[in-house]
Design a protein around this ligand. Structure first.
Ligand SMILES: O=C(O)C1=C[C@@H](OP(=O)(O)O)[C@@H](O)[C@H](O)C1
Ligand SMILES: C=C(OP(=O)(O)O)C(=O)O
Length: 409
């Protein structure tokens, strides 16, 4: 499906939106629920990624296909490897077979797991035979993806001796590791994270409880972008969010202040208020802790005709697509002057924005969603618009609620 987006009647935007649950929190809690069946979940994400995770967890043998879901691929690898009686081949989309998994597989094998590569060494598909794991000490590189670390930590309490990880190198996407540990703490599972060492104690049973998933902050980024591109006085309400979020992408409130968007927390809601035009000419930000909002921020800067220099983007090349390359190509089509390295993105202030450009999305939900807010500035096409369902199936309905014209081609 291709959509043609047209500007709202007025850029004075007033709306309230309920955003689905965080896919990162959901996929963690779903795994924990598979280990401790007395846990209940509220506000679970309606995303494709959470659905494939739930489906995968229910399998005991055969082929488990997780499509494009990176967290599901990594979390299920650790899950199946450590649960006796499971025997699966874990695979995914073409892109998933290009996303590296060697660090996690090597760590699990070091602990005694039985895993082999079906096609290419270091990449899915992988064949896993669940084993009882008693060894608990392992070291692994921490600078490629935090998902490998979260995967080990999530399954750790079900192991006889828990786990003791030594992380090598500069730790990337740290808030996601802290989110994992915070959820374990909520369940009464002892853990510690000091310097480069993380420990999780074993736990046979947890108390009955309901974990409430906060709404997705990465999804909120697109509304922040719309607020930034809207007229002063615009107000977008989003629920359900909280001040003490487990999600690192809640740094959005700080970043978008630079674009003149204030965030007000009221009960379980945030209100994004466009209060002034940006007071800076160039945004400089290190996104090593919040890689998923890089595309949103780059496109906001382009739409505001500002320059930016974003750093800490070393994980973007191995996500749903090479996001640095994709941003370079698509922003250039719109008239941007942009340059990327393998960990940075630099944008010069645009002098104009080309109309009716068709944005390619490369099977990446965030390419579609990051470019959509430009509809406040110009008319734009988004190719393969259905990709949004990976994390945010209601995205196009919500865009229409804001007044953006969403015309299916
Ligand atoms: O643990 C998680 O839920 C995630 C961790 C991050 O990945 P990396 O650690 O690979 O950067 C993030 O990009 C991804 O969308 C979700
Ligand atoms: C990188 C992402 O997801 P995953 O790695 O789980 O596929 C994302 O949602 O931006």
């Amino acid at each position: 499906m291709k959509v043609h987006l047209t500007p709202p009647e007025s850029n004075h935007i007033l709306a309230n939106i309920k955003v689905t649950g965080s896919k990162s929190e959901s996929n963690r809690i779903l795994l924990l629920q598979a280990l401790y069946s007395n846990i209940k979940i509220e506000n679970v994400s309606n995303s494709d990624d959470a659905q494939v995770m739930a489906k995968g967890l229910a399998m005991v043998d055969g082929v488990v296909d997780i499509h494009h879901a990176g967290t599901a691929m990594r979390f299920l690898t650790a899950y199946f490897a450590t649960q006796e009686g499971k025997d699966v081949v874990l695979t995914g989309s073409q892109r998933m077979t290009e996303r590296p998994i060697k660090v996690l597989v090597a760590a699990l094998k070091e602990l005694g797991a039985e895993i082999s590569y079906v096609k290419n060494e270091g990449y899915p598909p992988i064949k896993i035979t669940g084993k009882k794991i008693t060894k608990n000490k392992v070291s692994l590189p921490a600078n490629i993806s935090s998902q490998y670390i979260s995967a080990l930590l999530l399954t750790a309490p079900s192991l006889e001796n828990g786990i003791a990880l030594e992380l090598i190198g500069k730790i990337t996407s740290v808030p996601y590791i802290k989110m994992t540990l915070a959820l374990l703490t909520q369940l009464g599972i002892e853990n510690s994270f000091e310097g480069n060492s993380i420990k999780v104690s074993p736990k046979k049973a947890v108390e009955n409880q309901t974990l409430i998933v906060e709404s997705d902050w990465s999804s909120a980024s697109y509304f922040y972008s719309i607020a930034a591109l809207s007229e002063i006085g615009s107000k977008i309400g989003l629920s359900s969010y909280k001040h003490d979020s487990l999600q690192g992408d809640s740094v959005l409130a700080e970043v978008y202040k630079e674009f003149g968007v204030d965030t007000v927390f009221i009960n379980n809601k945030i209100e994004l208020h466009k209060v002034k035009e940006p007071q800076i000419k160039t945004l400089e930000w290190d996104l090593a802790n919040a890689p998923d909002i890089a595309q949103t921020i780059a496109v906001t800067c382009f739409g505001l005709q500002m320059s930016c220099h974003l750093t800490g983007l070393h994980t973007l090349k191995i996500k749903e697509t090479d996001r640095l390359e994709a941003l370079d190509v698509e922003l250039s089509k719109l008239g941007a002057s942009i340059s990327v390295t393998d960990k940075t993105l630099t944008l010069n202030a645009a002098t104009s924005i080309n109309a009716d450009v068709a944005i390619a999305t490369y099977n990446d939900h965030r390419m579609a969603m990051a470019f959509a807010p430009l509809a406040l500035k110009t008319t734009i096409y988004i190719n393969d618009a259905e990709v949004v369902s990976k994390s945010f199936p209601d995205f196009w309905t919500d865009m229409a609620t804001l007044g953006i014209g969403v015309h299916e081609q």
